[in-house]
Design a protein around this ligand. Structure first.
Ligand code: HEC
Length: 402
């Protein structure tokens, strides 16, 4: 078994795990944000007397649920307390492993695009890891310096959120000046996801542990721990949709191969924040349609503004006949076959014979003509004329009766 084959399997299994634990984490997180925003002041005297601050009645899965929230803590802590953090940690662990398998093992092909920046694999790998660490350090400093008052209580959050937005936009621009577009998009998603998991690891969970330790020891509970946890938890809510779109959009060449790919990603992530904000407000009973409208306008602008301008190649340009298979094969042999042959077949695609080219015509057209994602980072230096030739050949195939 060769290593490319094993890496493909590792990629599939890690991706599967990553999506499962990611659903568990974000699903629970969405649920708790929703729950928090739907709690009502309890009517029953006994609940108020117990210190219950909000409650909810819901029906699900054949039963009735009645969650109750105690603001700081209940007077007596129960023996068994469920903690939510492994979902977050496993999402990070599986995501990081996936990043290593896909991008760091193949740094020369996936992380580095020599048209963007010509540097060595060790340098690019260190920079990518540095991005994840620096992202957290800068973000954490923004929250500490602006978000915490001198007495430790939590300060005005609007400024903090604004600055975090500016920081992420700047990081997006920088990543796109350093790495292959696809890797840059993923890295920005991973950087924000690292902030999210680190928020859980360094602030949310330790704060809750401190509260519990104080309660068990009979010390007064400082509300600042809850406030800090809440601050980070709110940030995580707004990171969710941008993180997901950054990770998914790296599968779309039309986005990451664009000359202003950084701007496209910033717009998409902004759409994510607007949509999430709309839902958070909606849970609170406020219908902020303006947010949804703004998201829609941005998205429409993006789709229209980045639409490919060139018309699809027609079979006969300037009266010239459609290219022959011999011409097509000459281009493919020179530009594609090194990575798509009988021994090495990236993504299972082989292009070393006329039949194989015919069989893969659609994918070839998609990757080499429309999206221009192939040859990978244009490693073999295909020219625009050659792409056009492949496009004319493909168009002629479509009109030819089969
Ligand atoms: C330097 C190596 C290299 C060269 C040269 C190259 N490819 Fe690829 N190709 C790859 C890799 C790696 C992948 C897998 C990409 C991925 O993981 O999405 C791939 C994937 C593909 C796919 C499948 C895409 C998908 O997502 O299903 C097609 C089709 C393809 N290449 C066509 C071409 C064509 C056509 C050419 C020549 C114009 C070409 N490739 C040149 C490395 C290369």
């Amino acid at each position: 078994m060769n290593s490319a084959y094993l890496l493909d399997w590792a990629g599939l299994l890690l991706r599967w795990l990553h999506v499962i634990v990611g659903i568990a984490w974000i699903g629970a997180s969405f649920y708790f944000v929703w729950l928090d925003n739907h709690l009502r002041k309890p009517m029953a005297e006994d609940l108020r007397a117990k210190g219950v601050d909000g409650e909810l009645w819901a029906v699900h899965g054949g039963g009735f649920y009645n969650p109750q929230k105690y603001m700081v803590a209940p007077p007596n802590l129960p023996e068994h307390l469920h903690w939510f953090y492994w979902e977050s940690y496993w999402t990070w662990i599986s995501g990081f492993a996936l990043f290593v398998t896909l991008y760091l093992f193949n740094a020369d092909s996936y992380l580095i695009d020599r048209r963007v920046l010509d540097w060595s694999a060790p340098a690019a790998i260190s920079a990518a890891l540095g991005f994840l660490a620096a992202g957290w350090l800068v973000y954490d400093q923004i929250c500490r310096r602006l978000g915490h008052n001198a007495d430790g209580s939590i300060g005005h959050d609007g400024r903090v959120l604004g600055l975090i937005g500016v920081f992420i936009a700047a990081a997006t621009w920088l990543a796109c000046q350093l790495f292959a577009g696809r890797a840059a998009f993923l890295l920005i998603g991973a950087m924000m996801a690292t902030m999210m998991s680190a928020n859980v690891l360094f602030w949310i969970i330790p704060g809750q542990k401190q509260v519990i330790a104080d309660m068990r020891a009979g010390r007064p509970v400082n509300p600042v721990f809850g406030q800090r946890g809440k601050q980070r938890s709110v940030h995580n809510t707004y990171f969710t949709l941008p993180v997901l779109v950054a990770m998914l959009s790296n599968h779309y060449g039309m986005l990451y191969s664009h000359a202003q790919n950084w701007l496209l990603l910033i717009v998409l992530m902004t759409v994510g924040v607007l949509v999430r904000s709309y839902f958070v407000k909606r849970h609170k009973g406020v219908n902020a349609w303006g947010l949804l409208l703004a998201a829609f306008v941005l998205l429409a602008g993006l789709i229209i503004g980045t639409a490919p301008r060139s018309t699809p190649p027609s079979a006969a340009v300037n009266g010239s006949a459609a290219p022959s298979m011999a011409e097509v094969q000459a281009v493919v042999a020179q530009r594609c076959v090194v990575c798509h042959n009988a021994e090495l077949a990236q993504k299972g695609v082989q292009l070393h014979s006329a039949e194989l080219i015919e069989k893969n015509a659609q994918a070839l057209y998609q990757q080499a003509v429309l999206q221009k994602t192939m040859p990978l980072n244009n490693a073999t230096g295909i020219t625009e004329e050659e792409r056009a030739l492949l496009g004319r050949w493909y168009a002629a195939q479509q009109v030819k009766p089969h």
